[in-house]
Design a protein around this ligand. Structure first.
Ligand SMILES: C[S@@+](CC[C@H](N)C(=O)[O-])C[C@H]1O[C@@H](n2cnc3c(N)ncnc32)[C@H](O)[C@@H]1O
Length: 350
């Protein structure tokens, strides 16, 4: 399958999608998701169990193409998608033709009156889902993105979003700040973030950078956020770029903070942390005016304590791929005396 090259000529696309009635609400309704946030969190589930025929409405067709990442018969495409939208999709090379159907090369996540282009995380065909496992995949906004967005501190001034991915956090928060910088280790993420800034008419600067080696911003930021690429440590394949265990992610951020965080500023890191039965879960740094920790044991990104005790992982848990992976995770938690896995939001204030 070819890949999409993020393109800055997406400026008129948002208007066309809105005119087509494709919004966070209509996408959620088409796929029978309770809310737009629920759809983003569980997009693979809704794509797998989507109504057989989404093609009765234009928002349904766009959800079928860009959220379920499913092939659409060419005849339906020609008949039901307005010429102006087809011309835009084709000029931007967002679709490929496959014999008698068309298929998207990108995922398009509508959220809160914005749109986020990213690589597709999965494809659907005949009700089956195939997950993409490319190392430099730029993920659509997902459960951890929403968790951080919903719990981010109300700050002003200069924002630095480390590991910006599709640009979801930087762009969703851009209106609150004087200036916004996003950095990512993955060049495709930087390119997607720039395209999404244009698509949504938001001012933000995105650059390539590695938190672990060379990250520096001038002037330093008042608010640093990092939705870290962390998770349980039971498997070492199929991980996202820059994947780190939670303690390493925290230590790496703390070492870099003097180069990026202004006096009086705050840094917030979201980690998926394994909590040992004994001893500290995270290497908490000293030297900050305040350190605040909040855990989210009810999240779909958690394996709560009662689950570890009972040996059963909730089917809605987003930390495992399938039942074999769930068994492997449970064996790992028991063997390593881990009492729970929780998303943890840590705030460090200068
Ligand atoms: C969990 S994703 C978060 C993406 C986006 N901020 C969001 O919330 O949807 C983590 C991101 O961190 C980036 N990343 C991993 N290691 C990094 C590093 N050392 N320096 C900068 N970015 C890194 C990855 O490429 C990925 O885009």
């Amino acid at each position: 399958m070819p890949r999409w090259t993020p393109d800055a000529r997406v400026d008129g696309l948002g208007e066309l999608l809105r005119d087509a009635g494709f919004t966070a609400e209509t996408a959620a309704r088409s796929l029978h998701a309770a809310t737009p946030a629920d759809l983003l969190t569980n997009s693979a589930l809704y794509a797998a169990t989507s109504p057989d025929d989404l093609t009765g409405t234009l928002p349904g067709i766009l959800a079928h193409l860009f959220i379920c990442n499913a092939a659409l018969p060419s005849a339906t495409y020609e008949k039901s998608v307005p010429a102006s939208l087809r011309e835009a999709f084709e000029a931007l090379h967002l679709l490929v033709r496959e014999r008698d159907s068309v298929r998207s090369l990108v995922s398009l996540s509508p959220f809160d009156s914005m749109y986020f282009l990213s690589d597709p995380l999965f494809r659907t065909a005949n009700g089956a889902i195939t997950m993409t496992t490319r190392r430099d995949l730029v993920m659509p906004p997902h459960a951890s993105s929403l968790l951080l967005l919903e719990n981010v501190a109300a700050m002003k001034g200069r924002l630095l979003d480390i590991g910006c991915g599709s640009g979801f956090l930087a762009l969703s928060l851009a209106d609150r700040y004087d200036s916004v910088i996003g950095v990512d280790i993955n060049p495709r993420a930087v390119a997607y973030s720039r395209a999404n800034a244009v698509l949504n008419g938001r001012a933000a600067t995105f650059t390539l950078g590695d938190l672990a080696t060379d990250l520096r911003v001038h002037p330093p930021a008042d608010h640093v956020i990092f939705n870290s690429p962390t998770g349980p440590t039971h498997r070492d394949d199929d991980r996202e770029p820059g994947w780190m265990a939670a303690p390493t992610a925290l230590t790496t951020l703390v070492e870099r903070l003097p180069s990026v965080l202004a006096g009086g500023g705050s840094a917030q890191i979201l980690l998926i942390a394994e909590l040992p039965r004994e001893g500290p879960a995270l290497p908490l740094p000293s030297g900050y005016a305040a350190t605040h920790i909040r855990a989210f044991p009810e999240s779909q990104l958690a394996v709560p304590e009662n689950s570890v005790t009972s040996g059963r992982i909730d089917p809605g848990c987003l930390l495992v791929r399938d039942s074999a992976d769930a068994r492997r995770l449970m064996a790992h938690l028991h063997a390593n005396a881990i009492r729970a896995v929780h998303p943890v939001l840590l705030t460090l204030s200068n």
